[in-house]
Design a protein around this ligand. Structure first.
Ligand SMILES: [Zn+2]
Length: 458
């Protein structure tokens, strides 16, 4: 997920790119990663390596104060650079390599001018202190995204652009990094994030939770969700399973932790080893949000998930989280794969065969609007989570499986997960891989399923 029900179009304006001006003292980093769907996202001139985020949150007032220590490496000589942060938060100070830096905030761009030019290919560190009352953003498709307040805390889901609402960073999925979260909340609340729980301490009616993310993560997959959760953290089977369940969540949460290993074991057989040091999920009571998200290692659900939703979000740990697209238009590499994994899991359980799932999706009449969206480019950010991305994406994989046979098909999926583990890859790379592994020319198949509008013939 996220898969939306009610959709409203929203105005979408491209941001102009500021041309860099050459100077012997370095040039400004680009204010954008250049993604046509979200031109404001990301920045150029550096790669982040690690985020150390220290947050203090008061759910009653909604006030957040934060310190973000970011380790990065310059990819050009930099006279200045941008971070992405919503201006609903106020930056109090910025240092670069320990020296005070000047800065301005404009929209979601935090422009930092270090006291000295940063050398190309050298590491540097940035510390940003900031505070304010975070507000979620409304996406082009009308859904809430980012720091979404709930009755008892925060439902923190950041796909595709919510990360700007709570911490400064290079917020495009191509710049992954490791993370450490240190989050202080009232002692009757829990702050649950990605990765491994390191410790919980409490003092003076406040509790501090520390989480460590060892594997590189795209910022849209980060979460710090806060609420009155029952937190469990233990070995189940071969996995460290960490769950946070809101006692008010809808659905039956009995055995939630135990539901993970069978799904992960099966996907491990099909896709290769589970890529992370821990797993689990966050089950909140957030009916107003209306979608789940595959937050890395620990998916976020607005209610207790069904078996197919659980399988969907766990499959994303391979497809989306570990192997992440390069541009948003390649989102079918996330959603088509996760939907196909839902079909595989239902087949394994004996609920419905993959073929029956394919047939049901394919039964849409040829003049249905559904068939007008090519899988590999849904056309714009307002269509990112429309049905064709999911169902036509999954059908594309099933058509590929039919053309290559099972052995080659699953070898392709395993090679995809292995060769691009913790990285980024695009549709062209998937096509090239599928042709290499299968030894077949698949141009016509992918052309019909991925790039051309209209219902592909069988
Ligand atoms: Zn999904």
């Amino acid at each position: 997920m996220k898969r939306l029900l009610a959709l409203t179009a929203a105005a979408f304006l491209a941001l102009p790119l500021t041309p860099a001006t050459a100077s012997p003292a370095g040039t400004p980093g680009a204010p954008s990663a250049g993604d046509p769907y979200f031109p404001g996202q990301g920045n150029g001139g550096y790669d982040t390596r690690h985020y150390d985020l220290t947050l203090d949150y008061d759910p009653a007032s909604g006030h957040l104060s934060g310190r973000a220590a970011i380790s990065a490496r310059a990819t050009q000589a930099l006279s200045r650079f941008n971070l992405d942060l919503a201006d609903t938060l106020t930056v109090r100070s910025v240092t670069v390599d320990g020296r005070p830096a000047s800065f301005t905030q404009s929209g979601s761009e935090l422009v930092v001018t270090p006291a000295r030019t940063l050398h190309d290919r050298r590491g540097f560190s940035v510390v940003v202190r900031y505070d304010g009352t975070p507000a979620h953003v409304l996406d082009p498709d009308g859904s809430m995204d980012g720091w979404i307040r709930t009755a008892d805390g925060v439902y923190n889901a950041n796909e595709p652009q919510g990360a700007i609402t709570w911490y400064p960073g290079n917020h495009h999925m191509t710049d992954k990094a490791t993370y450490r979260f240190t989050v202080t909340v009232p002692a009757d609340r829990v702050a649950v994030a990605n990765g491994d729980l390191v410790r919980r301490t409490s003092m003076g009616g406040r509790a501090t939770y520390e989480w460590n993310v060892r594997e590189h993560m795209a910022s849209y997959l980060a979460t710090v969700s806060i609420g009155t959760f029952d937190l469990t953290d233990r070995r189940v089977g071969r996995y460290r399973v960490t769950t946070a369940v809101d006692p008010q969540a809808r659905g039956d949460a009995t055995g939630f932790a135990e539901r993970h290993p069978p799904v992960l074991d099966y996907f491990g057989e099909l896709f290769g080893r589970y890529p992370y040091s821990s797993t689990g999920g966050i089950v909140d009571n957030a009916p107003e949000v209306g979608y789940a998200l595959e937050t890395q290692t620990r998916p976020l659900y607005p209610r207790v998930p069904s078996e197919s939703l659980l399988a969907h979000e766990l499959a994303h740990q391979w497809f989306g989280d570990s192997v992440t697209p390069t541009l948003w238009r390649d989102i079918w590499l996330n959603e088509g794969f996760a939907t196909y994994a839902e079909w595989l899991w239902a087949d394994k359980l004996g609920t419905r065969t993959v073929q029956a799932a394919f047939d049901e999706a394919y039964a849409r009449p040829a003049d249905d609007e559904f068939w007008q969206t090519p899988t590999a480019d849904p056309g714009g950010p307002e269509n990112l989570f429309h049905d064709p991305v999911y169902d036509r994406g999954a059908m594309t994989l099933h058509a590929l499986r039919g053309a290559t046979g099972d052995a080659a098909f699953f070898a392709i999926l395993r090679a995809w997960a292995r060769e691009h583990r913790y990285g980024n890859a695009d549709t062209a790379a998937f096509i090239a891989l599928a042709e290499r592994v299968s030894g077949k020319d698949l141009g016509a198949l992918f052309d019909a399923w991925l790039f051309k509008p209209g219902k592909p013939a069988l």
